[in-house]
Design a protein around this ligand. Structure first.
Ligand code: LLP
Length: 444
C-alpha cells in the first residue's frame, strides 16, 4: 500500500505534462527547457528568473492559427508583454489586444502594426485614448455609455475610428469569481439583459465618425469548457440579427474574447482548442443561417493559453523551517512576482531542479520572502525531504499573469526574464534593482 502511494507520488514528480514541450531531463536531476539547463540559467542570470521558451510561445501561436484558420487571433498582452513577445506574436501572424497606453506604446514602438491592435478597458484614461488615436489603433472597444461621446469628440468631426462594443451576454464562466466577466454583476461591458448594449449601439450608429465593425464579449478567464462560449455566441448572433432588423446594419465582426483555460498541475483540465474552434464555427454558421445573417469574421483574444505554459519560474531556496507538523520552504521570490495563489487560491506544482535527491518525499509549503503569512506560492506540495537552502525550485506554467501582475512589495524587485531557444539563453528584461527604486524616488 505504502509502496504504491510512494511510486505514484514519484511518478507525479516526474510528470512533465504541464512543462514546455522542449523540456528534457538531464543527468543528476537537472532539467533543460529550450535546450538550456535551468540550473545554468539560475547561475548565469541569478534568481528569481522567469524563463520563457520562445519555441513554446511560437508553437502555441501556430496552434491557434491552425485551429482558427478563418479567424483573427489577437494575443492578449495583459498576460505578459515585452518587446520580444511583441516580435514573436507579430512574426507568427497574430494581432494584439491591449488595455492601456503603456501596452499600446510598447507594442507599437517594438514594431507592431497599430491597425492590428484592439484597445480595451473599462475606464480608458485620456492618455489611453490620445495614444490610441495618435498611433492609429485598429479598433477601440467601447465598454460604457460615457465613452461614446468622449471617443467621438476626440476623433473630431472630420475623423474616423473603427469601434466595437463590449456586450455582457449573461453567461457565467471562469476559474474564479474575480475573473468572471460574463454577467451583469461586474464592471465590464454593456448589458444585453437590461438593454444597455442595444441603447449604446443605437447611439454609436448615430455618430458618423465612429464605424461600428462588430460586437465583443469576454465572459471570463481560465474557462475549461466549450459550452459557455457557445451560449454566449448564440446570444451575440441574436443581438447582431436584432441590430440588422432595427437599424439595417450588418456587422462584420464578432470578437469572442479569450479565457481559454490551461492546466497548472498534471491532470488538471484544459480547454480543448480544436473542439472550441470546431464548435464555435458550427454554432456561428448555424445561428447566422437561422437568422439569415451574413457570417461575421470571428476574432478571439487568448492570453494565458499562448504564454502561460511557456514560462518557468526558477527560485533559490533561502530557508527551510520545520514548525510543528509543517515544513516551510522559503524561496527568494513570492507574492511580488506571483500574486496568483494569494489572489485566486491557484495551486502550482514546484519541482526541485539542479540535483538528484534520493530522499523520501514529504509534504511542504513553498512560501515567499514577503512580510505576510499569506505569501504562499504552493501549499502542501510533495518535495524531497532533504531540500535545503541553496537548492533550486522551478515552477512550470509561470508565463501568464505573474510578471504582468508583479509588484514592488518590500522593494524586493521584479525578476529577470530570460528567453531560451534552441540551446541558447538571452536576457529579455533585466532584474529590477535598488537603483531603479531610487531613481523613481525623487523627493525627500
Ligand atoms: N480579452 C479580454 C477583454 C480580457 O479581459 C482578457 C483577460 C483576455 C482577453 C485574455 O484572457 P485569457 O485568455 O488570458 O484568459 N489575472 C487573472 C486573469 C485576468 C484576465 C483578465 N482579462 C489570472 O491570473 O488568472
Amino acid at each position: 500500500m505504502t509502496v504504491t502511494v510512494l511510486s505514484e507520488v514519484a511518478a507525479g514528480a516526474e510528470d512533465l505534462s504541464v512543462w514546455p514541450a522542449s523540456t528534457q531531463r538531464l543527468p543528476h536531476g537537472g532539467l533543460a527547457v529550450g535546450g538550456v539547463s535551468l540550473a545554468e540559467v539560475a547561475d548565469r542570470f541569478e534568481t528569481p528568473a522567469y524563463v520563457l521558451d520562445e519555441g513554446e510561445v511560437r508553437g502555441r501561436c501556430r496552434t491557434y492559427q491552425d485551429a482558427f484558420p478563418a479567424a483573427d487571433v489577437l494575443y492578449a498582452a495583459k498576460a505578459f508583454l515585452s518587446r520580444a513577445m511583441v516580435r514573436w506574436v507579430r512574426e507568427e501572424g497574430l494581432g494584439l489586444d491591449v488595455c492601456s497606453a503603456g501596452e499600446l506604446e510598447l507594442a507599437v514602438t517594438a514594431g507592431f502594426p497599430p491597425e492590428r491592435i484592439v484597445l480595451h478597458g473599462n475606464a480608458k484614461s485620456p492618455r489611453d485614448l490620445e495614444a490610441a488615436l495618435r498611433l492609429g489603433v485598429g479598433r477601440i472597444v467601447i465598454d460604457g455609455p460615457s465613452e461614446i461621446a468622449r471617443i467621438a469628440a476626440a476623433v473630431g468631426p472630420e475623423g474616423h475610428q473603427k469601434v466595437m462594443v463590449r456586450v455582457v451576454p449573461g453567461v457565467s464562466a471562469g476559474g474564479h469569481d474575480k475573473i468572471r466577466t460574463g454577467t451583469d454583476d461586474q464592471k465590464f461591458g454593456l448589458s444585453l439583459t437590461d438593454g444597455g448594449a442595444q441603447h449604446a449601439i443605437s447611439r454609436i450608429l448615430g455618430q458618423p465618425q465612429l464605424e461600428l465593425t462588430g460586437l465583443h464579449c469576454h465572459i471570463g478567464s481560465q474557462i475549461t469548457e466549450v459550452k459557455p462560449y457557445l451560449v454566449a455566441l448564440r446570444r451575440m448572433v441574436g443581438l447582431m440579427a436584432r441590430i440588422r432588423d432595427t437599424h439595417g446594419v450588418v456587422l462584420s465582426e464578432l470578437d469572442m474574447g479569450g479565457g481559454h483555460g490551461i492546466a497548472y498541475r498534471p491532470g488538471e483540465p484544459a480547454l480543448d482548442l480544436t473542439a472550441l474552434a470546431r464548435r464555435l464555427r458550427a454554432e456561428l454558421h448555424k445561428g447566422c443561417a437561422a437568422a439569415r445573417l451574413t457570417v461575421p469574421r470571428l476574432l478571439i483574444e487568448p492570453g494565458r493559453a499562448v504564454v502561460g505554459p511557456a514560462g518557468v519560474a526558477v527560485y533559490r531556496v533561502l530557508a527551510v523551517k520545520h514548525t510543528g507538523e509543517k515544513v516551510f520552504v522559503a524561496v527568494d521570490g513570492g507574492m511580488s512576482d506571483n500574486p496568483r495563489p494569494a489572489l485566486y487560491g491557484v495551486r502550482y506544482a514546484p519541482r526541485l531542479i539542479g540535483r538528484a535527491s534520493t530522499a523520501g518525499r514529504r509534504t511542504a509549503t513553498v512560501v515567499g520572502r514577503h512580510c505576510e503569512a499569506g505569501d504562499v506560492l504552493a501549499a502542501d506540495v510533495e518535495l524531497p525531504g532533504d531540500i535545503h537552502p541553496g537548492d533550486l525550485l522551478a515552477v512550470p506554467v509561470a508565463g501568464a499573469y505573474q510578471l504582468s501582475m508583479a509588484s514592488g512589495y518590500n522593494l524586493v524587485g521584479r525578476p529577470a526574464v530570460v528567453a531560451v531557444h534552441q540551446g541558447s539563453a538571452r536576457l529579455l528584461v533585466r532584474r529590477e534593482t535598488l537603483d531603479d527604486f531610487r531613481s523613481r524616488d525623487i523627493g525627500d
